[in-house]
Design a protein. Structure first.
Length: 422
């Protein structure tokens, strides 16, 4: 249960932060966000806000989405001959259209649809109360809503609030905002982690942080914040020097020169032999020295975010030099990592969330259709051409990209299941 809760929190925060970026900048650009959904699949809860956005919570915690007006695959299907009902204002204008069998509007008028223009003309035409001898046309309010077959109520999408009506720069920023939010979240989490840890590790000094009780270092008389000057005659000037030297000598007695209370002295210690990645390595039970000033913690969080970003780009580069599904991970791997993090404690959970957040941001910026990076690429092509791509061609490109991503996700998930459960 703890693992499940950890997974839902980590995944939920990443999705909400990512989608809120799209949501916020779409709103700022005058684009109507018809639905903001957390989760996929069947709807659990839905609430329409005063801003015209329907906020939904769905059953499957495997993602989320922001549904913007004007995107072709997000439009409500209204076809001739469809039975529906309309709710009118005192001025005889339509304020609600109901095409769902799950919802009944007490004061609505039943219609058989002939045609509807909810984009430009804002009209709906049909036969009222089954009377096919007379066609009735109603004016539709600009902010009218439609109750879809699923029972979800969303605003209609007039031309002026559609995605394509926004300026090109605003659309690029809206597409970029999701990954941008993930990068910001990563920085915030690493800074928070620095404060929780009491500081950031300084790997460029031979001064140590804490000494674990009962460890070889403690037995040899080392204290917190001592400096290790030399090991077996080898000069130690950084944390890497220390770990490189010690890990190679598991179970071997070492002569160590330390600096304690301003004086140097020589001690003997025997690194404990532990197994790491199938090999025996030595450990003496000390931690890196922490820089604890307020500025150090802020800078440390920023530095760690940048280093993690570089590591991910290196990992992506390795995919091109030698592709393997084992280098990728999906929801199953996220669940497995959540299980390990939940056992390790809050700091590890925060670290995991930061790593996954920067991963999500970078991967979403890859120029693959259906990803944010693919959408931005199409925006840039539009800017160079001076006109948008043909909607049919753009839809086909997006469909191909989506199919590729779904196939890759299935392969990665199956590979994860085999790795962790068989």
């Amino acid at each position: 249960m703890r693992t499940i809760i950890t997974f839902l929190i980590v995944f939920g925060v990443l999705v909400i932060v990512h989608e809120f970026g799209h949501f916020f900048f779409a709103k700022r650009s005058g684009i109507l966000v018809r639905e903001f959904s957390i989760g996929m699949g069947p709807k659990l809860i839905a609430h329409m806000g005063k801003d015209g956005t329907t906020y939904t919570l769905r059953l499957l915690p495997i993602g989320g989405y922001v549904r913007m007006a004007g995107l072709e695959d997000e439009e409500t299907e209204l076809s001739p001959g469809m039975p529906l009902s309309v709710e009118l204002t005192d001025q005889n204008e339509v304020r609600r259209i109901n095409v769902s069998k799950k919802v009944q509007l007490p004061n609505s008028i039943p219609m058989e649809l002939i045609s509807a223009d909810l984009v430009d003309g804002l009209t709906i035409k049909g036969y009222v109360n089954g009377d096919e001898s007379q066609e009735t046309t109603y004016k539709v309010q600009h902010d009218a809503t439609v109750i879809e077959e699923s029972g979800t109520e969303v605003r209609i999408a007039p031309r002026d609030v559609q995605f394509q009506s926004a300026k090109l720069g605003a659309r690029i920023l809206t597409n970029f905002a999701g990954p941008m939010n993930n990068f910001l979240l990563t920085i915030i989490l690493f800074i928070a982690l620095a404060f929780l840890q009491g500081g950031v590790a300084d790997y460029n000094t031979n001064q140590i942080g804490t000494v674990q009780a009962g460890s070889p270092a403690a037995v040899a008389g080392l204290k917190d914040h001592d400096a290790i000057v030399a090991v077996e005659g080898e000069k130690i000037s950084s944390w890497d020097d220390l770990t490189t030297t010690v890990t190679k000598k598991p179970g071997k007695k070492l002569t160590v020169v330390i600096e304690q209370d301003g004086k140097q002295k020589t001690v003997q210690m025997t690194p404990k032999s532990v197994e790491s990645n199938g090999q025996k390595v030595g450990q003496i039970g000390v931690t890196p020295y922490l820089k604890t000033s307020f500025l150090d913690k802020i800078v440390g969080g920023l530095t760690q975010s940048w280093e993690m970003t570089q590591n991910i780009f290196s990992a992506l580069g390795s995919l091109f030099s030698g592709f393997s599904l084992d280098k990728l991970g999906g929801p199953v791997m996220m669940y497995q990592m959540s299980a390990e993090a939940s056992r390790a404690g809050l700091k590890t959970v925060i670290y995991l969330m930061a790593v996954l957040s920067v991963n999500l941001g970078i991967v979403n910026l890859l120029p693959i259709p259906a990803f944010d990076g693919g959408k931005i690429l199409l925006n840039l092509i539009e800017g160079l051409r001076g006109k948008p791509l043909d909607p049919a061609k753009e839809g086909l490109i997006t469909m191909i990209g989506f199919g590729f991503i779904m196939l890759l996700m299935i392969l990665v998930t199956w590979n994860d299941i085999q790795r962790f459960f068989f």
